[in-house]
Design a protein around this ligand. Structure first.
Ligand SMILES: Nc1ncnc2c1ncn2[C@@H]1O[C@H](COP(=O)(O)OP(=O)(O)O)[C@@H](O)[C@H]1O
Ligand SMILES: Nc1nc2c(ncn2[C@H]2C[C@H](O)[C@@H](COP(=O)(O)O)O2)c(=O)[nH]1
Length: 214
């Protein structure tokens, strides 16, 4: 069983990846963030580093999916499809050239074809999308405290985050690679509140049982 968590920056993917993997007794696979040397460069100069960051994420994501596929059961923090969404939004904001987008799209297609499970199973068993409002997302970003993500250090992030949030909603509505479910995280504190945590886990269990995966 492969479960993938999707959602905006700060939605709670990494936190729920840990909780869910523990609940299901499976392995967790995280996005490479704190030890990502390109991420701070990107936030300081998005136009210069958008393409490099995307190649960095694609490479790491691909390695992580291959490692995850070596196990029967796993939970992944963010999908490879969202990386592409991020890049296309950045390109639409003038941070990547048409040629860079073309190279990225072709490389992604090529790499997806090479996945060892390509012949049988190209997608996760369930995508769990964490929906979040702008205000709640900022609250989480503040709580986590990565300096380069704070709008008070860089006001252009307000527009960037609104763009991402708007397009994320449409992305989830159109996502059709696998079964999917959405959890609104604004009122559910699955990090510090055990009752909310059980509620979220029950919602996911219900979907897995319905699909015969649990
Ligand atoms: N539902 C929630 N309620 C309260 N705090 C949360 C919730 N989800 C995440 N957080 C907090 O918000 C911050 C970002 O969460 P994280 O799991 O790193 O998000 P993501 O991986 O989606 O970027 C962390 O400090 C985490 O403790
Ligand atoms: N330009 C891109 N940025 C990305 C991508 N994937 C993640 N990120 C950024 C967003 C956050 O600052 C940080 C970690 O994301 P979380 O949602 O896990 O907090 O990395 C991407 O593909 N392109």
């Amino acid at each position: 069983m492969m479960i993938v968590l999707s959602g905006m920056i700060g939605a709670g993917k990494s936190s729920l990846t840990t909780i869910l993997a523990e609940h299901l007794g499976t392995q967790a696979f995280y996005e490479q963030v704190d030890d990502n040397p390109v991420l701070p460069l990107f936030y300081a100069d998005p136009k210069k580093y958008a393409f490099l960051l995307q190649i960095y994420f694609l490479n790491k994501r691909f390695a992580s999916i291959k490692r995850a596929l070596a196990d029967d059961n796993n939970v992944l923090d963010r999908s490879i499809y969202e990386d592409s969404l991020f890049f296309h939004i950045n390109a639409d904001m003038g941070r990547a050239t048409e040629q860079e987008v073309q190279v990225y799209d072709e490389l992604l297609d090529n790499m997806m074809e090479e996945l060892p499970y390509a012949a049988h199973k190209k997608a996760p068993d369930l995508l769990v999308h964490l929906e979040i409002s702008y205000d709640k997302m900022l609250e989480h970003i503040k709580k986590r405290g990565r300096s380069y993500e704070q709008p008070e250090n860089d006001s252009s992030l307000v527009g960037y985050y609104h763009n991402l949030l708007d397009r994320y909603d449409a992305w989830y509505q159109n996502y059709n690679y696998s079964p999917k479910m959405q959890i609104n995280c604004d009122q559910l504190d699955f990090v510090d509140n055990p009752v909310d945590r059980q509620k979220v886990l029950a919602l996911i269990d219900e979907q897995l049982k319905k699909r015969g995966t649990l």
